[in-house]
Design a protein around this ligand. Structure first.
Ligand code: HEC
Ligand code: HEC
Length: 307
């Protein structure tokens, strides 16, 4: 016999199944009916961490000698030819035996614990304006070169996957496991406590911190200015919050002082790059492919000049 309620349910089920099968199922293994399982290639793209013993390193190698050339082209403008740091950009070498000083100089040589951190840092984030743009061999060579700048390897050294773990940083033994008992909890895999029974027994009673408001004057700038989009894509990185001494968007006083040299000069500085009192403005912000006119527009926008 046909039970109409049952039939109705079955129909509903069919409809919802075929809907998800037709509309989303190919992409929807999970519960939420959207998204898709990450492919092996996608996972590989993110899975780039390296352990101090070198596990996870890509194929490749690089010499101090090769590193020197790449470093001069891609790094020295900010970090200085000897890793001494230009303006407010970080110092990469030296500072030995300063960790106990009142003003320690923390560098790869004086402070860092593992070569793998250096490799990973360069590979993931540098050069600052074009992160993750370096080839694996370039990263090996640059890592070797920064080690050389810190007198950790000789000038004929070639870094590769095999000898990686043998390069040890001087400060490695001063990193110790956190001894506080509350960070040493055993992981529970079965018969664990009911999370509902666990209560927080103490808490910080300080008032919540006020929302951080950065002193930008974006509101005052017209969003439809042709330079706005270029600014957001290429210049905001440094000019929104004043990274490394960059004049901030909409900081009228700063920009008026700069505009006193004439708009054309300020634009020329942005196109060709220059070193000022506060830091280094890389040519076109580091985006060599950007058209000169686009940079000019962005400068007008940033400095609050009419289009
Ligand atoms: C446009 C300027 C710029 C360029 C070019 C640049 N860097 Fe950097 N670098 C920075 C800034 C800024 C930081 C600090 C970033 C932070 O703390 O979030 C940094 C940090 C680093 C650090 C970590 C320093 C520390 O002690 O924390 C290393 C290592 C480094 N850069 C290596 C390189 C290498 C190698 C290149 C060339 C491929 C390069 N950088 C190019 C600006 C630059
Ligand atoms: C990596 C950081 C960084 C990026 C990206 C960047 N700038 Fe700069 N810019 C600076 C710094 C630092 C200064 C200040 C230098 C000084 O005067 O000491 C500066 C200064 C300037 C100046 C002032 C020139 C003068 O004569 O006073 C202009 C204009 C400018 N930038 C335009 C741009 C434009 C346009 C872009 C995007 C296409 C851009 N910047 C991207 C760091 C950056």
């Amino acid at each position: 016999m046909c039970n109409s309620v049952k039939l109705f349910r079955t129909l509903l089920l069919l409809i919802s199944c075929s809907w998800s099968a037709g509309g989303f199922a190919a992409n929807a293994p999970g519960y939420y009916t959207y998204g898709k399982a990450a492919s092996a290639a996608e996972i590989a793209g993110w899975d780039i961490d390296i352990r101090p013993d070198g596990q996870g390193l890509p194929e490749g190698s690089g010499s101090v000698e090769d590193g020197e050339g790449i470093y001069e082209r891609k790094c020295a403008e900010c970090h200085g030819s000897f890793g001494e740091g230009v303006g407010q950009f970080p110092i990469l070498a030296g500072g030995n035996d300063t960790l106990t000083h009142q003003r320690p100089v923390k560098t790869v040589g004086s402070y860092w614990g593992h070569t793998s951190t250096l490799f990973d840092y360069i590979r993931r984030t540098m050069p600052f304006s074009q992160p993750a743009s370096l080839e694996d061999n370039e990263v090996y060579a640059l890592t070797a070169y920064v080690l050389y700048l810190n007198d950790i390897v000789a000038d004929d050294f070639v870094l590769d996957r095999e000898n990686f773990a043998t390069v040890q940083l001087p400060n490695r033994n001063n990193f110790v496991p956190d001894p506080r008992p509350d960070v040493d909890n055993k992981r529970c895999m079965k018969n664990c406590r009911n999370p509902a029974e666990i209560t927080i027994s103490s808490s910080v009673s300080a008032p919540p911190p006020a929302a951080l408001s950065l002193p930008t004057a974006e509101a005052a700038l017209p969003a439809d200015h042709p330079g706005a989009q270029i600014y957001e894509q290429y210049c905001m990185l440094c000019h929104k919050t004043g990274v490394a001494g960059a004049p901030m968007l909409g900081d009228k006083k700063q920009w008026d002082e700069r505009l006193a040299q004439g708009l054309a000069v300020v634009q020329k500085h942005a196109i060709e790059g220059y070193t000022g009192k506060r830091g280094v403005m890389p040519a076109k912000g580091g985006f060599a492919d950007l058209a000169d006119d686009a940079v000019r527009q962005a400068v007008k926008y940033m400095s609050g000049t009419e289009q």
